[in-house]
Ligand binder design. Structure first.
Ligand code: RTP
Ligand code: MG
Length: 141
């Protein structure tokens, strides 16, 4: 499997609960490399644009409000099969259904406050990395 890059977000709940380091450690311990990293507070336009695929769904307004509710930490993770491996480390969208030992099982409190985002396909990863980072902010290694 080729080296891939994927976009990860530590969401406002996990940042507020002081879990940035614990979550980044999960990535590094699994062999994923952090090749870009920044903290920012999303504007409404940024949150709506990021989750545009979900526009019109019943949970969209609350998802946007939640993503704006505090700072987030966005990172580019690189490694073999990074997109799928990050999703495996994250666990299921609903933390009640997430496998033991996954990030969402350990740090999320609800489906609406589920600690992390991860790109779900190569196309999403390319779009989402470009959404937050320019090429000079990414340090592949
Ligand atoms: P994410 O995009 O944040 O990594 O989450 P995901 O792929 O696991 O789930 P997705 O279907 O993309 O949904 C995005 C976020 O919307 C909220 N959601 N709520 N039934 C619901 O109430 C519901 N479904 C989705 C979750 O916070 C999910 O992370
Ligand atoms: Mg998703």
């Amino acid at each position: 499997m080729a080296e891939e890059q994927t976009l990860s977000i530590i969401k406002p709940d996990a940042v507020g609960d002081n879990h940035i380091g614990a979550i980044v450690a999960r990535f590094e311990e699994a062999g994923l490399k952090v090749v870009a990293l920044k903290m920012l507070q999303l504007t409404r336009a940024q949150a709506e644009g990021f989750y545009a695929e979900h526009e019109g769904r019943p949970f969209f307004p609350s998802l946007v409000e939640f993503m704006m509710s505090g700072p987030v930490c966005v990172q580019v993770l690189q490694g073999d099969n990074a997109i799928v491996r990050n999703r495996e480390l994250m666990g299921a969208t609903n933390p009640e259904e997430a496998e033991a030992g996954t990030i969402r099982a350990d740090f999320a409190t609800a489906v609406s406050a589920n600690a992390v985002h991860g790109s779900d396909s190569p196309e999403s990863a390319a779009r989402e990395i470009d959404y937050f980072f320019n090429s000079q902010e990414i340090y592949p290694r």
